[in-house]
Structures are given as structure tokens and as C-alpha cells.
Design a protein around this ligand. Sequence first.
Ligand SMILES: *Cc1c(COP(=O)(O)O)cnc(C)c1O
Length: 379
Amino acid sequence: MQFCDLTRQYKTYKAEIDEAIQSVIDTSGFINGKEINLLENELAEYTGVAHAICCSSGTDALLLALMALDLQPGDEVICPAFSFFSSASMISLLKGKPVFVDVSPIDYNIDVAKIEEKISSKTKGIIAVSLFGQCADFDAINEIANTHGLWVVEDAAQSFGATYKGRKSCSLTRIAVTSFFPAKPLGCYGDGGAVFTSDENLAQKVKLLRSHGQVERYQHQLIGINGRMDTIQAAILRVKMKHFETELYTRQLAAGLYAKLLNGHVFLPEVRDYNTSTWAQYTIGLQNRNVVREELQKKGIPTSVHYPAPLPRQQAFSDLPSYDESFEVSELLSETVLSLPMHGLITKEEVEEVANAIISVTAEAQRREGRIEPQRRKE
Ligand SMILES: *Cc1c(COP(=O)(O)O)cnc(C)c1O
């Protein structure tokens, strides 16, 4: 069994994908080929923003967004203590200062009630992550930001396709970013990402910054990066976009089945009633996570830990004052979370196999540790 079965996905769409790749090669449109523009229009329409701008990765999308927002050395940016590294590292790369806020134990997203106490005169914005495919509470976050004159970025690397109060992820803030890393809900065959905004000025600036700040060939208005998406990746993504809603539906069904089967055995992920999740990860909570993980591995069931440490504990952030601060929920999550196999073509039988293995492994582990007396079976 695969954690995220990209081979099955390729085999399912093989004819379409092969044709899409070949057409880019046939026309040598490797850089800025027509598929980039076509994909950008499709992404903008799907999310309901004025501009989607394809780029080289989710990390570069964050970098481009922060550069377009004119982040300066010393500027503070609020971000969650529990996420993937680049949600915070791009702030540091621009010599800004990540100011970490603990996350909610319900949805694992930034704890809105803890944001305001971290705002200082140097705070310029908030990066809120929509973790595991579920949007953070952006109405509340935008309201805090408006009160304090801050911008908000949605890191939607895991939530492209999710909805929040009926609106699409990537359209909920002034500027949003996503990733098309192969294992994300919508993934390409390498690195890729996109920036989303309905702000004309920001959109133009991101486009410039993506290509060396170049207004015309060899005329550079700004210091930018080489942050373009390869045309081949856009061509692949356009094929996968056609099947994306079906895959999201399969993920919903799988998540529903996991919840039904695992109810009462583990801590289940919770989705707020105003949200729909993309289930980028189906992440459960377990007290004896490491033991269970090893036993599942022996049964041929791959799992993953997102993430084994809160961001402020990373060595790369050890010079920040937050290194010694306590982030209770993030710490608890990093010790207990376990992500289960989940992808857009997972079968009912696979979900059942994983759930049954977890039920037997957790029961066995608890028996051994003597935490819970085993239930006597009715003979
Ligand atoms: C994957 C991910 C990123 C980075 O995307 P890349 O395309 O790998 O650079 C950023 N933030 C979050 C929350 C992610 O999950």
C-alpha cells in the first residue's frame, strides 16, 4: 500500500498526461508556453480570484507574496507554531521576524484568540496556514488584521480546493499561495506553486518579481527571482484539474469511512461546520504514536508524522525569543499526530485495511502498556 499513490494516478490518466507532456515537447514551449496562461485562467476561475500566478514552488510563492507585500528587515509577521517549515522560513529569508502563535486543538490552525497578544508596533502581517486541508478562521483573522492595519496571507499549500463558509480557499485573504508539490491534493510532476490575489497592483508585482523584475527583455525594474513554473508542469496540472473534483470527492468518502471505523479508538480530526477539507492529510491523534507507527509499518501500512516538532523548536529558529517559549498545543500535537494513507484514488478496501490494522495495533499496544484493561470477549 502507498501513502499517496501517484503511480496509480498516473496509470489512470496516462493517455491524457502523456499527450499533454508530448505537446509541450513538440512545440518547445518549455518556458512561458501557452499552458501557463491557460492554467492561470483556470486556477483563477476555480478559486474565484482575479489573478492566479503560477510559479516554481509553494515556497517560492510565499517568498514572492512577501516580496510583493514589501516585507522589510526587522518586520514582524505572525504565523502558526505548527506547520511546514516554509510557512515561517520565508519571513526569515527576507530578514523579517516570525512571531509564532500556538494552534487550536480543534482544527490545528492558528489560535485566533492568541493572535492579538503577539501584535507589536513592528508587526506587518499574518501568515495563516490552512493545515491538512482545512481553512483557518479567516473572517476572524481578517478582522483582527483590519483593526491593526496588517495584511494577511493564506498559506493554502494543503487546502487548494477546500471551502470556507462557501468560499474557496485561496480567495479568502489579500493574497494567498498554494503548492503543487507531487503529494499535495493537486500535484504536478516536480515542484510548482501559485500565488492568488484580486489586488491588481500586487498581481503585477508578483508577475514582475517572478521573472527577475523584468518589464521587457533585459529591462529590470525590480530585484526579483527566477520563480517561473515549467510549462510541462502546467500541462500536467491542466489534466489533473479535470479530475480534481472527483478526487476530492473520493477523499471525502475515505475520510468519512476512516471516521466511522476509527471512532472510539483514536482522536479523530475535526472539521468545523463552516469548512470542507481537501484532506491533504488524514491525521489522527494517539498517545502511543511511535509504537503504533512501528507496528503499522510491520504490517505494510505506511504512515507519516506531520510534524514531529513545533516550528519554534527548529534549530534554524533557535535565535528567536520563541525558542524558549511554550507552545502547549503544538507540542502535544507533535508528539501524538499520525497521518494515514490518503489520496484521490484510495479505495474503500484500503481504508478498511488501514483502520482494522490501527484498531488491532492500538488495542495490542494498550494491553502491553497496561493502560487499559482489555475487554473480555463474549465467548
Ligand atoms: C508543502 C507546503 C509548503 C511548501 O510548498 P513547496 O511547494 O514544497 O515549496 C508551504 N506551506 C505548507 C503548509 C506546505 O504544506
